[in-house]
Design a protein around this ligand. Structure first.
Ligand code: FES
Length: 147
């Protein structure tokens, strides 16, 4: 397959995250995207290039998968992110108040302050805990906690 990649180059940290996927195929795409997003906090063009090259996956395919999942980021953001579910069950249980409090203390959704940002999220799959939020800390290992 002839892959058309961009010129962007992966960082050392991104290369470390992808190193274990050498010899893999398309079935390893989601785990490889997770590995980079978990380690660095987002997936750069260089990392996406490296994943495509390593797994022999067309960039459009990888981009489509990476943009489908709201917990993946293709633009740089802080290593600590709070995902606040604003879907129906959580909205009915007060997620707007959670968003208001975060806006007051951190800033508008997507703005970073003190190495933290927060985002509105579609359903996190824990509607029984509404209003639900997920804190994510990128790193090695990454940590996530449902609130
Ligand atoms: S609607 Fe919020 S977790 Fe499902």
């Amino acid at each position: 397959m002839d892959l058309k990649l961009l010129d962007a180059v992966a960082t050392r940290e991104e290369r470390d995250a992808v190193a274990g996927f050498a010899g893999g195929g398309r079935d390893r795409l989601l785990p490889a995207l997770h590995a980079v997003n978990d380690r660095v906090g987002w997936i750069s063009q260089g990392a996406l290039n490296l994943i495509c090259e390593t797994l022999h996956v067309p960039p459009a395919d990888a981009y489509g998968v990476a943009t489908f999942y709201s917990l993946f980021a293709l633009e740089e953001r802080p290593e600590r992110v709070v995902h606040v579910c604003t879907d129906l069950a959580c909205r009915l249980k007060g997620s707007d108040t959670v968003c208001d409090v975060l806006t007051e203390h951190v800033g508008a959704a997507g703005k970073a302050r003190g190495g933290v940002t927060w985002l509105r999220s579609p359903c996190l799959g824990v509607c029984e805990r509404a209003p639900a939020a997920l804190t994510f800390q990128a790193g090695d290992p990454a940590t996530a906690e449902l609130l």
